[in-house]
Write a protein that binds this ligand. Sequence first.
Ligand SMILES: [Fe+2]
Ligand SMILES: [Fe+2]
Length: 242
Amino acid sequence: MEVNIEQLEKDFQAKIDAGINIEPKDWMPERYRHQLIRMMSQHAHSEVVGMLPEGNWITRAPSLMRKMVLLAKVQDEAGHGLYIYSATETLGISRDEMTNQLLTGKAKYSSIFNYPTLNWADMGAIGWLVDGAAIVNQTALAKCSFGPYARAMLRICKEENFHQKQGYQILANMMQGTEEQKQMAQDSVNRFWWPSLMMFGQVIKTLLTLMNSCVGKLNSIVMTIYVSVLLTEQCHRQKQLE
Ligand SMILES: [Fe+2]
Ligand SMILES: [Fe+2]
């Protein structure tokens, strides 16, 4: 039987326009499949690589409670990697192949995880800012057209809320502590606020570079805008998930 590609493409587009999810057994254009594999595997790799700097701090967490919280967070990130690897496998690529692409450098992961974690406050800044930025990106992905990815994102976003809260709590506690602890928290935020903004991609980088070249010290203003975007986004997201 002759397959009419044009008709298949039309049906595919009609589904997208109607907001119907595309499922693994549905026909999809090769380019759509290819882009999804690239994007989802990069996301899964970022979840797994993202665990590494935080995992290093489990034994150095300052209290048993903090160890338990960090352990739970790191475990969540491993789970996120697994959900997304499984969702990507439905597109016809094996986990071995994806791992191989990561190890050979063919597949990328989020560059934020290449920054070293120098002190305990970094666990706070990462949770608050990096997971916060990830939530903003992932909330949009929860509405994407590929069913397994969208459903994985819904669950992941709920868990990310806990990650952001624990990060905020670490920093808020340290800011009520000794002068040294306050300095440590400030140092960490100074190092992480800019790289976490980069998680929004090249557009925001160009925009911020332009702004910085026009007006001298904009860091605090940009930081304020960023935090208000995060907070607004979080309120909006919580309403959606309830
Ligand atoms: Fe995650
Ligand atoms: Fe997270």
